[in-house]
Design a protein around this ligand. Sequence first.
Ligand code: CO
Length: 162
Amino acid sequence: MALREIVVDGDPILRKTSRPVEKFDEKLATLLDDMAETMYFENRGIGIAAVQVGILRRCFVVDVGDEHGKLEFVNPEIYEREGSALGIEGCLSCPGKNGYVERPTKIKVRAQDRHGEWFDLEAEELLAVCICHEYDHLDGILFIDKVVEVVEDEDADDDDQE
Ligand code: CO
């Protein structure tokens, strides 16, 4: 495993649409391992999408510290969204920025694992928010596009970064 460099806002790659993962090979496994290592290494990282390490493929890793532990999503599709709530978000690619974003409180997502097996997951609260945040990255959308209120807080760096 190896740490990868995080791409930060201003780099045009973050605005591009990621392509589906087609090969479930050793290269994908290494990418997912490296993404997780990079996420855990960074301060309060709870989610990371492949584009954030410069790879335009539709996959992301999340770990919000709940009972699910680390979850990997390849070619995900969010097919149900329920409720809505405002929560503070941050992003590894937008250092120093935090703000309130409206997200569903409950979602259903279908994705493949690193071996290509499909699974369904129902997620709520922070896990749902994190999956929606990472999912947006796959289509070139950053949380700062959706912020309804910027949080000016000198302790902002203590918040979760996705
Ligand atoms: Co992010």
